[in-house]
Design a protein around this ligand. Structure first.
Ligand SMILES: *Cc1c(COP(=O)(O)O)cnc(C)c1O
Length: 336
């Protein structure tokens, strides 16, 4: 590494460390046994996030993957299918949990920016044809889309999908791990996104900077079911008010500042040879002939980025990347 200075770490927005103020909020949190439903801080967080998304209820989960698995399992019975974009997190990065653990099958469509081609989706939806074909029970959308480069799925598209799905008797799940970023980038209220889905998974441990935690959001019935499945998977936790307090602190203090991350990402895009106008939020995916070589040269010069394919390099901005860090990283990456 260069000069003994700490590297600028752009591998992921999960790398943030809790701030002093967040640690203080955690230390002072009121707690109880959450498996008994007696942790007041968890309840506060669940009510807060359900309210923000305009839904009845929410459930704290240790990870975003578990939130997605619980949500999809509530909508899709074993042997039925969920449709999603081919590079969706639920398809690529949850290690097959939906199939391996819940018996859910999956078919995918391909979209360059992680979006939706409505006529393509319309043809994919399979109605109930008795003992002959797999039935489509849900469509899963991702906003922002991680592997497509933090792209925002426009509200209008989500509304179109919702309308199509409702007309065909199909549910909608929203993987909104970074829905906060979409909200800040577009100014769209969270509840308008929430209105387009039956269930939502949303993360506190990405750009929001909490050390742990996600929520699954939906109707009271769906959340009751999710609570049972969470316990079955070994995800029933006890005095987690200390974690919920970090989430509440993040929602109070770290949402609006995501705009800084988005600005920093555009700065990096230019340096990485990508059009800044194509960067919607805090993730830059740039194409280079030799991604691992690029990553190694950047590391040598004190900037950590990751290869997400043989020719794809990803940089992610977050709470622990200052303006000065972003500028230093941009100088380094320009020379890689
Ligand atoms: C990070 C992420 C998740 C959840 O990941 P965990 O590591 O399980 O918390 C889900 N969906 C998307 C799009 C993500 O980026």
């Amino acid at each position: 590494m260069s000069d003994g200075i700490a590297p600028v770490d752009l591998r992921s927005d999960t790398l943030t460390r809790p701030t002093e103020a967040m640690r203080a909020a955690m230390a002072g949190a009121e707690v109880g046994d959450d498996v008994y439903g007696e942790d007041p801080t968890v309840r506060l967080l669940e009510e807060r996030v359900a309210g923000l998304l305009g839904h009845e209820a929410a459930l704290f989960t240790p990870t975003g993957s578990m939130a997605n698995v619980l949500a999809v399992a509530a909508l899709v019975a074993p042997g039925q299918e969920v449709l999603c974009e081919a590079s969706a997190h639920i398809a690529r990065a949850e290690l097959g949990a939906h199939g391996a653990v819940m018996g859910v099958t999956m078919r995918t469509w391909i979209h360059e920016r992680g979006g939706v081609d409505l006529p393509v989706l319309e043809r994919l939806i399979a109605p109930d044809m008795g003992p002959f074909f797999v039935r489509t029970a849900a469509i899963s959308l991702e906003n922002t889309h991680n592997f497509a480069g933090g792209t925002v799925l426009p509200l209008a598209t989500m509304r179109d999908v919702r309308e199509l799905a409702t007309g065909r008797g199909v549910a909608v799940h929203l993987d909104g791990a970074r829905l906060w970023n979409a909200h800040v980038a577009t100014g769209t209220p969270l509840h308008e996104y929430g209105a387009c889905a039956d269930t939502i998974g949303i993360c506190l441990s990405k750009g929001l900077g909490a050390p742990v935690g996600s929520l699954v959001v939906g109707s009271a019935d769906v959340i009751e079911e999710a609570r049972v499945r969470r316990k079955r998977l070994g995800g029933g936790m006890r005095q987690i008010g200390i974690l919920a307090a970090a989430g509440l602190h993040a929602i109070d203090h770290h949402v609006e500042r995501l705009a800084d991350d988005h600005e920093h990402a555009r700065l990096l895009a230019e340096a990485m040879g990508t059009d800044p106008a194509s960067v919607d939020t805090n993730i830059v995916v740039a194409h280079h002939a030799d991604a691992p070589g690029y990553v190694a040269r950047a590391r040598e010069a004190g900037v950590l980025v990751s290869a997400v394919g043989p020719t794809a390099v990803r940089a992610v901005t977050h709470l622990d990347v200052t303006r000065a860090d972003a500028e230093r990283a941009a100088r380094v990456l320009t020379a890689c």
